[in-house]
Design a protein around this ligand. Structure first.
Ligand SMILES: Cc1ncc(COP(=O)(O)O)c(C=O)c1O
Length: 498
């Protein structure tokens, strides 16, 4: 379908200009057009179609930053044409990355000497950082096994079943068995005791999450460190820990500075964090920090010489933009410890406002904890008539994007809705969301229970009769939209939540 045609149907006065001046023939959708079009037309067509995307600020499904200061936007635009990998040409950008690595390593209490440089790298996000950290563990373990004359073909990694999909990707792409600790009712993170039970001589590391994607809860890394130290002493192994601090890495140092989860714990050898989550940068930046040089096998590092200095690189891809590195540096120096702390405290307070509002409705159980990533995960107390997927679908109509998903095994019977509180989610929005959720609940209460609907949206006679009796033509429409979204959401696996 030609986009210009769609647009002109919705706004004749503006789009007739483009339709008549520039786009008289429709554009092919899946093939490159034969002829060029004017730049204004290309801009307008794309801009118009993008209007149908959701509003990022109302996307409460995502941890990823959706607002930055205009000054930083300017820096981002100015660096959009710099390829980060051209270190010869852009040595200052490389220097800014190195400063970020060092600042973050200090934030995570890396045991660095006075003039010692930190070991770490900027990545596209936590997923790439996790691939790199996993590769380092795998190679270290293999080298040790080879040196001991032992088999090195069956590496495994121990995680909770609540890990984000990137860990499954790592396991599949790099041929490492994923041994998952199952969740249980009321306990939705990795149990450190069960994790340590799963550790064997082929375990390359145990991955703990600081800020579970599903409910924001911090896993008990300190206890894991204690139990694993004991097991290592008993067995003679030296199984290390990686902390996936994708969300929590920029929260814990500011909200819970006393919490020991980082390099203060001896077995923690590497940590990843998403700069684009609570590091407060737009999508496209993550960090992996290693405890020391010894934890990153040298054969994985490539060396590039620029301006006479050795620049080690360890990344999966080659070219990438520089803007996000520069934006991270901007946030670190602009906000400083004080600024991050203020923002995180504010997020936590807004999460509390939302949580209390939801509790006041009397309709939800809160599944998230007060301490952890500032998010609110909640389940309906009574699911006999309607479920969380329907609440999520109906909220979409008000512009809110609030995901609903089932928990991983063995808690898959629990469904939750999750609202991530980012810096740009204000108290007013929190109150407005509660208000809209209440409206949705009233609408759902007035509708027939979901059991009356069968066969992917086709109503049963009874449901159709009820709908007809209530003369709900708008509701009919709503119902079919709901059903569409419900199927869409159900088709997505829990692991798709990011
Ligand atoms: C715990 C955890 N790890 C890893 C990731 C992947 O992060 P990224 O999107 O930065 O690749 C996420 C994303 O939400 C996450 O929550």
């Amino acid at each position: 379908m030609a986009l210009s045609k769609t647009a002109s149907q919705t706004d004749v006065s503006i789009h007739s200009t483009f339709a008549s001046r520039y786009v008289r023939t429709s554009l092919p959708r899946f093939r490159m057009p034969e002829e060029s079009i004017p730049k204004e037309a290309a801009y307008q067509i794309i801009n118009d179609e993008l209007m149908l995307d959701g509003n990022p600020r109302l996307n409460l499904a995502s941890f990823v930053t959706t607002w930055m200061e205009p000054e930083c936007d300017k820096l981002i635009m100015a660096a959009a044409n710099k390829n980060y990998v051209d270190m010869d040409e852009y040595p200052v950008t490389t220097e800014l990355q190195n400063r970020c690595v060092n600042m973050i390593a200090h934030l995570f209490n890396a045991p660095l000497g006075e003039s010692e440089a930190a070991v770490g790298v900027g990545t596209v996000g936590s997923s790439e950082a996790i691939m790199l950290a996993g590769l380092a563990f795998k190679r270290k373990w293999q080298n040790k096994r080879k040196a001991e004359g032992k088999p090195f073909d069956k590496p495994n990694i121990v995680t909770g079943a609540n890990v984000q999909v990137c860990w499954e990707k790592f396991a599949r792409y790099f041929e490492v068995e994923l041994k998952e600790v199952k969740l249980r009712d009321g306990y939705y993170v990795m149990d450190p005791e069960k994790a340590v039970e799963l550790v064997d001589e082929n375990t390359i590391c145990v991955a703990a999450i600081l800020g579970s994607t599903l409910n924001g809860e911090f896993e008990d890394v300190k206890k894991l460190n204690e139990l694993l130290t004991k097991k290592n002493q008993e067995t003679g192994w030296d199984t290390p820990i990686h902390v996936d601090a994708a969300s929590g890495g920029f929260i814990a140092p500011f909200l819970y500075p006393e919490l020991e989860w980082d390099f203060r714990l001896p077995l923690v050898k590497s940590i990843n964090v998403s700069g684009h989550k609570y590091g407060l940068v737009y999508a496209g930046i993550g960090w992996c920090i290693w405890r020391s040089k010894e934890d990153l096998p040298d054969e994985l590092i490539f060396h590039i010489n620029y301006l006479g200095a050795d620049q080690p690189t360890f990344t999966l891809n080659f070219s990438k933009g520089s803007s996000q590195v520069i934006a991270q540096y901007y946030q670190l120096i602009r906000l400083g410890y004080e600024g991050y702390k203020n923002i995180m405290e504010n997020c936590r307070e807004n999460a509390t406002v939302l949580k209390q509002g939801l509790e006041r409705t009397g309709r939800f159980d809160i599944v998230s904890k007060d301490d952890g990533v500032p998010l609110v995960a909640f389940s309906l107390k009574d699911r006999s008539r309607h479920d969380e997927f329907e609440v999520s679908d109906f909220l979409r109509r008000f512009g809110w994007i609030v995901p609903a998903y089932t928990m991983p095994p063995d808690a898959q019977h629990i469904t939750v809705l999750r609202v991530v509180i980012r810096e740009d989610f204000s108290r007013t929005l929190a109150e407005r969301l509660v208000y809209d959720i209440e409206k949705v609940l009233h609408e759902l209460d007035a509708l027939p229970p979901k059991q009356l609907l069968q066969n992917g949206g086709a109503t049963t006679t009874a449901a159709a009769a009820m709908l007809a009796a209530k003369k709900p033509s708008a509701e009919d429409l709503q119902r079919s939209v709901t059903e569409h979204w419900r199927k869409f959401v159900l088709a997505k696996k829990t692991n798709g939540v990011c």
